[in-house]
Design a protein around this ligand. Sequence first.
Ligand SMILES: [Mg+2]
Length: 343
Amino acid sequence: MTLETEFERVTLPLEHDFTIARGTMSTAENVVVRVSDGAGMTGVGGAAPSPHYGETADTVEAVLPDLLAVVERVGDPHALDRIERRMRETVNDNPAARSAVSVALHDLAAKRLGVPLYRLWGLDPTETPKTSFTIGIDDPETMREKTEAAVDAGYPVLKVKLGTDRDRELVETIRDAAPDATVRVDANEGWTPREAVRKCEWLADYGVEFVEQPVPAENREGLQFVYERSPLPIAGDESCVTLKDVPQIADRVDIANLKLMKCGGLREARRMIHTARAHGLEVMLGCMIESNASIAAACHLAPLLDYADLDGSLLLADDAYEGVDLTGGDIRLADSPAGTGAR
Ligand SMILES: [Mg+2]
């Protein structure tokens, strides 16, 4: 079969400037990949490169010709394992670039079979956790407004970015604006181990559900220090990048937070989910600031998750792609058309 491939850089404006412990962004650069089977079917995928993991839109555009050459050489959109393996051998790292191709191929393969992606995997579309909606760091008044808007839009689970010198004020503001919401906290490596334990103690008093990445990923002993003393469950995100990290963090987190843009594709994400379970961990799937070109595919993994944080497209002012309906935080997979539902 002759597969045709193309890619295109897209600049996605955010609804609000998005600030986390590491910095602020107002637009996200994604790269959209399309793979066509020459018989009228096209699969779409997206790369949301993160400089934190060594990628930019430039690096994605630089390696995509090599990755798409692998796709064209194999020539079979259903040979998903083989293509993902060869892509890894070809460019080694570059997970967002590989993920864009992986998603486009899965979309195309499922479309050719006439089924939504979850069905290709035999998953139950009704067994999905709700996605959280993220409130970035801002001044208290803006955070209150964003929180009230999220509650009004029906999102019952909020994720709050911390890692500042006014963390308590931010949490108080959010709790006050959303007394009934489930609240999760993400420090994005912003605390020292002792600070993290102290903050987890008072965060427990605010009814926070769990705390994500309290300390820097390279501080493995610090993560264990927090895990052993925190009254709240701990999730690893920056500490949990690829499959080999899962056994390494299994004795120092409760929850493994995976992302397609860290692990490099849908098949690798599924291997990570099963490996995390084998180590007794709960599983969360997160995202970057991403278009539905990639988020839609991530939504199809939802039946395998305990927690979902798939709001990347909800934070955009405008997304050229529609995806799986996430109104009110419900991941409505059962309504999904063939493929990933990105269109
Ligand atoms: Mg995180």
